[in-house]
Ligand binder design. Structure first.
Ligand code: NDP
Length: 396
């Protein structure tokens, strides 16, 4: 018996709600978000009175506790925005509830994300006997679980890790982001960063790029970005000599992004407009297409995986593990596109791992610290099948 509270009714929350509702391990389900009508719409689409809904301000610990005390969840799946991670963790501690999220904390007034803020909660979760599972989407999430699986089954030492994320889908819009535009643009316009020989190397934003071939897709220009799972993976796998993250972007997307930055629309500081304060990137979010609505005409696939080189039984070995996800198939099942789908499926499955007692470990943990086997054996049946290739050219 597991009672689950989902917070956030965006694209990812929609997929989480569908997957949680279909899983009998969750006996009672509540979906709460800032705008209750969005929760009601999702609940109605799923049907059958399976999902209760509520309004919550996730920036406010007292309001979160009100909802938690009334519903008495065992675990919260946080798929609101990274700004709310700490308030939701505070409320979980106050109300004795376990926690799972898909993105690490980021302060609203600084485009900067790192795990230190959430890792600072370790002792308090441990003492309370509560489990917090961090970064359980696809990347972060499955990318780290793939790495844990490779370390467990295929390598004595991992030396080189490249996480490769390709979206070869076409939604027919001139410019749109695939998840929350504000979070997405803040992430991409930061400096790049990767781990090499025991230290972080900083690059200009999207400065390093390379053509990589993706299964069933072909060649795509791939850009080195800093991505949050690198921070925990290089600590949990200290044999790693180099760890990098690559994401594909089309020229059209990059041109729009450059213009958005050049004209100041990516600014995160408040400006005065007609006598009121507005934050340009938040205004931009309001006029861009809602990622949740992109699914209808989206065609093509995403392909996300890990390309790994290391040592097994004294011999050098290469390994590539990945999932391809079809936008149209994701839309048919949940009404959202593949980026929301590939994030929501692992979040719901991570919570199911907790509910089954397989991922219970008091404290605050990144996903690679849990056993990858039961998770990956269910990931395919849940909609994200994965493929392993051994001793192949990694191109990196
Ligand atoms: P959306 O913007 O579509 O949805 C966010 C939801 O959170 C909205 O329903 C929003 O409410 C709600 N929300 C925002 N602020 C509050 C608040 N203060 N109180 C209550 N609810 C609030 O985002 P996505 O669904 O695209 O992304 C959700 C999360 O998933 C993000 O943290 C994102 O970074 C993460 N993500 C992780 C990925 C991974 O692979 N690990 C990949 C993609 C996304 P309202 O509807 O009223 O605006």
């Amino acid at each position: 018996m597991c009672r689950v509270l989902i917070i956030g009714a965006g694209g990812v929350g929609t997929v989480v709600a569908h997957k949680v509702a279909a899983n009998p391990v969750f006996t009672d389900v509540m979906l709460a978000s800032r705008t209750k009508s969005k929760c009601d719409q999702i609940a109605a689409a799923i049907g059958g009175d399976r999902i209760k809904t509520d309004q919550v301000d996730a920036d406010n610990v007292a309001d979160l506790c009100r909802v938690m005390r009334a519903f008495q969840p065992d675990i919260v799946i946080n798929v609101a925005l990274p700004y709310q991670d700490l308030t939701i963790m505070d409320a979980c501690l106050e109300c004795g509830v376990n926690y799972l999220d898909t993105a690490n904390y980021e302060p609203l007034d600084e485009a900067h994300f790192e795990y230190s803020w959430q890792w600072a909660y370790r002792e308090r979760f441990e003492k309370a006997g509560l489990t917090a599972i961090l970064g359980c989407g696809f990347d972060p999430g499955v990318s780290a679980i793939f790495t844990a699986y490779a370390a467990k089954h295929h390598f004595d030492e991992i030396h080189y890790l490249d996480i490769v994320d390709c979206n070869a889908g076409n939604h027919g819009k001139a410019f749109a982001t695939n998840f929350n535009p504000e979070i997405n643009i803040r992430e991409i316009t930061q400096n790049g960063r990767y781990w090499e020989n025991g230290e972080w190397v900083t690059t200009g934003s999207l400065e390093i790029h390379k053509t990589l071939n993706y299964p069933n897709i072909g060649p795509r220009e791939s850009y080195l970005l800093y991505h949050e799972e690198l921070e925990s993976l290089v600590i949990n796998y200290p044999t790693i000599k180099r760890a990098r993250f690559w994401m594909t972007f089309g020229q059209e997307y990059l041109t729009h992004l450059r213009v958005i930055q050049d004209i100041g629309m990516a600014r995160i500081d408040p400006i005065m407009y007609n006598g009121m304060e507005i934050v340009p990137i938040q205004f931009l979010k309001a006029v861009l297409p809602d990622p949740k609505t992109l699914g209808e005409n989206y065609h093509g696939e995403t392909s996300i995986g890990c390309r790994i080189k290391g040592i097994k039984d004294g011999k050098e070995k290469t390994y590539y593990i990945y999932n391809n996800c079809d936008h149209a198939a994701a839309y048919k099942e949940t009404g959202t596109q593949a980026v929301s789908y590939t994030t929501g499926v692992p979040a719901a499955l991570g919570a199911a791992m907790f509910a089954k007692g397989l991922w219970v470990m008091p404290g605050v943990h990144n996903v690679e610290e849990f056993d990858p086997d039961p998770f990956l054996s269910e990931l395919g049946p849940q909609g994200l099948p994965w493929v392993e290739l051994h001793d192949v050219d990694l191109e990196l």
